[in-house]
Design a protein around this ligand. Structure first.
Ligand code: 13P
Ligand code: SF4
Length: 330
């Protein structure tokens, strides 16, 4: 089917079946443009609470659709591709337990640990964190959540993104350590799991030096999933929505080099905007969703034969929801 025809059919099916379509900023333009709402992880989770439509198609990665299902278990959540974020895949419930055990072995008792999981994690990990008295954060609110958690007087166990944990700790003047790598776990305030985003590892300090040498006045803008050495050399560090807001506030003549996923950077502005990399930093799983997948999902929903509906078991929902709701309270 021709692209224009698929787009027309998607719009018609979506209307007739009464489905809300949401998209993360990293989705392909053709998918992003068909969404009723696009946003960062926090905005999309908030939408899940507000939107009363019982049927939702989520164009993003697995943990995002799962988070909506956890927050509103009565909603039917479909994903054109149940593609998994590679960072979220780096930690299972068993890995989480092993890391708590390592901390215990280093003389840090479980009662003295307050866990925080980045929203880029499975429902299973969120449930573990909820059960242990902890909460979820996103890149938009990680500083606020860590500030709140520190008031408990406990050490923070931060999973799964060591870069986000270290970047916020650096910003707040806290000590951080990576479990399994660093020795001085007892001295650290923020104990990070050794996970990372493979896409954001592509931005390097060499890239920053290259752009600074070429355009001395350029502004370097990065996502906090980038390596701490990269964030420390940046003029602005923020979540995807914070990056968009910051770039919008700059005059068009201001050159910017942005260290986050290609699809977002590419659609941000026409002039004076560079991807902070010599590679094309596309998130492979975000890019899996195509117009054809969106169309096929709507057709399958119409026939009540959709195989990509998200389900989370009741016990996991119970604890993962507590962890997510604690974030909203903050
Ligand atoms: P944001 O919450 O900033 O959109 O980040 C999500 C993500 O997966 C970044 O890689
Ligand atoms: Fe996960 Fe990285 Fe892709 Fe974001 S860019 S969804 S953290 S793999």
């Amino acid at each position: 089917m021709k692209k224009e025809r698929i787009i027309t059919e998607i719009k018609e099916l979506k209307q007739r079946l009464n489905i809300t379509i949401v998209s993360h900023f990293y989705q392909k333009d053709e998918v992003f443009e068909l969404a009723d709402f696009a946003g960062d992880s926090l905005q999309l989770a908030q939408l899940a609470v507000k939107d009363k439509n019982p049927n939702l198609i989520f164009c993003g990665v697995g943990f995002m659709g799962e988070s909506v299902k956890i927050l509103d278990p009565n909603k039917r959540v479909f994903m054109p591709k149940v593609a998994s974020c590679s960072m979220a895949m780096m930690i299972s419930g068993a890995n989480y337990d092993e890391n708590v055990q390592i901390l215990n072995d280093h003389g840090i008792a479980s009662e003295d640990i307050l866990p925080i999981t980045y929203i880029n994690s499975s429902a299973e990990v969120k449930a573990r964190v909820g059960k242990m008295g902890g909460m979820v954060c996103t890149s938009s609110n990680a500083k606020k959540i860590i500030t709140k958690a520190l008031k408990s007087g406990k050490k923070i166990l931060f999973v799964p993104d060591r870069c986000l944990g270290q970047n916020i700790a650096n910003e707040m003047g806290l000590k951080s350590a990576v479990i399994g790598i660093d020795e001085n776990l007892k001295d650290a305030d923020v104990l990070c799991y050794d996970g990372f985003c493979s896409v954001h590892q592509l931005f390097t300090t060499d890239d920053i030096e290259f752009y600074k040498a070429k355009y001395p006045d350029i502004k370097i803008i990065t996502h906090p999933e980038c390596d701490p050495a990269v964030c420390q050399k940046s003029d602005f560090v923020g979540s995807t929505s914070q990056i968009i807001k910051y770039v919008d506030s700059l005059p068009l003549e201001q050159k910017v080099a942005i260290g986050t996923e290609y699809n977002l950077v590419n659609r941000m502005r026409e002039k004076n905007t560079f991807v902070l990399s010599s590679t094309k930093p596309q998130c492979p799983t975000m890019n899996e969703t195509s117009l054809q997948d969106l169309y096929d999902t709507l057709k399958a929903i119409e026939k009540d034969e959709c195989l990509s509906e998200i389900f989370v078991d009741e016990e996991t929902v119970k604890w993962a929801k507590i962890a997510l709701e604690r974030m909203f309270e903050v």
